[in-house]
Write a protein that binds this ligand. Structure first.
Ligand SMILES: [Fe+2]
Length: 463
């Protein structure tokens, strides 16, 4: 209950908002994210203390506060993957407005925002977009050749998508740039707004303005990393100040979100699920994540029964290969899908995802990859090649006999692009067929694939 004086102040500020709408500088970011059942939500992020105005079909109102104005608080030293007491960041305000069904024209602070068409036919897929500053790996964030996300985003926007899918891992600037690395000198770091802005919102600007977004959560957005920004800016669910990753005591709630479906029209849909907190080593008995991901699988299963054609979207691949190289011997070892999810999902269904899922879009591995199976497994695309330093250990054109990325999966086709930055596009060509194109950072076509049902095949095996 509000104190009477505060209540009258609140009423006064609402009235003032009606009388003179916020004008101020344009927000740092304005975009549309699609949530449950594809419901469009307008979002704005601003360093001003008040939310900008939104105009919907000619009617202008102030946007509502999603997360109040202020700096993102530091979590404790033992509660952060990287802790820097000196990581400074400006205060930030996150605003939103749920758009009414049938809204036709939407603008925030005079900037038009793109609405989804009734039938989505052109999709851009990107992932793993931030500039890596962590541990011993430092990317030259100031060099657009070494950190090309802004270029990739502009090229993807020029393709004129109906929808953008980001498969997770937005925030990478966790540690300060070392003094002897001019390529990243001056970069903000830590989990505050300034690092989020430099890593994602500033370079993504053209693509945020081009189409509505569907956003999956990466492990970089788990509570002990960028989770606080994730909840304030990007998550498609309602914001709960009591479960926003600020207080580690609530991580057990804030590290998980419910899956949701985004209809594409013509009997197809995306199903987005949150794999941020899984563990590539698998789970020990009694780990609470087993129960979380078991419940999530059942919700995905229920959603996937609603439509005929289903494309799942998450961060961690289940049906793709990655490769690591022994620094000493040079020997290359292949690894398959995420062990934690494989363990939990595999106990529910041998093919891991429910039988109604046709395609899985993921990131996490910093390359582009396609796999297709003669067994009953979904086709997988990995699009973690949009900005973060690439994984450069080559994948084989054909994996050694008997090696599968998922238990029991029988590979029928595989294609990859190692050490190339870019984005993937999907163009719907029929009820269950898509034309996939792999573009480089300039938008030039480097590979094409055809998806038919749960199978896919690409023109070039190794780009
Ligand atoms: Fe990742």
């Amino acid at each position: 209950m509000l104190h009477p004086i505060l209540r009258s102040l609140a009423v006064a500020s609402v009235l003032a908002g009606c009388a003179s709408l916020p004008s101020g500088p344009p927000p740092a970011a304005a975009f549309i994210v699609l949530g449950e059942d594809g419901a469009p939500i307008a979002r704005a992020v601003t360093t001003a203390p008040t939310c900008p105005a939104i105009t919907i079909d000619g009617r202008t109102t102030p946007m509502a506060v999603r997360a109040p104005y202020g700096p993102i608080p530091l979590r404790g030293k033992d509660q952060s993957a990287s802790f820097h007491a000196d990581a400074v960041s400006r205060p930030v305000l996150s605003c939103e407005t749920a758009l009414p069904a049938g809204a036709r024209q939407v603008g925030v602070a005079g900037q038009p925002l793109p609405l989804p068409p009734a039938e989505v036919k052109r999709i851009v897929v990107i992932g793993d977009t931030g500039c890596r500053l962590k541990g011993k790996e430092f990317q030259d964030c100031n060099d657009p050749q070494a950190f090309p996300f802004a270029r990739v985003a502009a090229s993807a926007a020029a393709w004129k998508p109906d929808l953008v899918v980001h498969v997770g891992d937005f925030h990478y600037r966790e540690d300060p740039c070392p003094a002897d690395r001019p390529g990243c000198a001056g970069s903000p770091y830590g989990y505050g707004w300034d690092a989020w802005n430099a890593d994602f919102f500033a370079p993504a600007r053209t693509l945020l303005a081009a189409a509505p977004w569907v956003i999956a959560r990466g492990n970089h957005e788990s509570c002990n990393r960028g989770g606080q920004g994730w909840w304030r800016f990007l998550d498609a669910h309602a914001y709960d100040p009591a479960a926003n990753c600020d207080d580690p005591a609530t991580d057990e709630r804030a590290d998980y979100t419910d899956p949701y479906a985004v209809p594409l029209g013509a009997s197809a849909q995306l199903i987005v699920f949150d794999s941020a907190n899984t563990n590539w080593k698998g789970f020990k008995p009694g780990d609470t994540r087993i129960a979380h991901y078991t419940a999530m699988w059942h919700k995905v299963d229920a959603l996937a029964r609603r439509q005929r054609y289903n494309i799942a979207v998450d961060h961690h691949p289940l049906y793709a290969f990655g490769a690591i190289q022994d620094a000493r011997t040079g020997a290359i070892t292949l690894f398959g899908g995420d062990a934690g999810l494989t363990q939990v999902f595999g106990a529910l269904d041998a093919r891991l995802l429910p039988s109604t899922i046709d395609v899985l879009l993921s990131g996490h591995v910093h390359l582009w990859e396609q796999t297709s199976f003669s067994s009953d497994h979904p086709t997988q695309f990995v699009a973690g090649f949009a900005g973060t330093a690439e994984d450069i250990v080559p994948l084989p054109q054909t994996p050694p006999a008997g090696q599968a990325p998922a238990p029991g999966a029988v590979l029928e086709a595989m294609s990859s692009w190692i050490d190339g930055f870019g984005f993937m596009t999907m163009e719907r060509t029929g009820p269950d067929t898509w034309r996939v194109v792999v573009h480089d950072r300039d938008g030039k076509e480097r590979n094409t694939c055809v998806v038919e049902g749960r199978h896919s095949r690409c023109a070039v095996l190794q780009v």
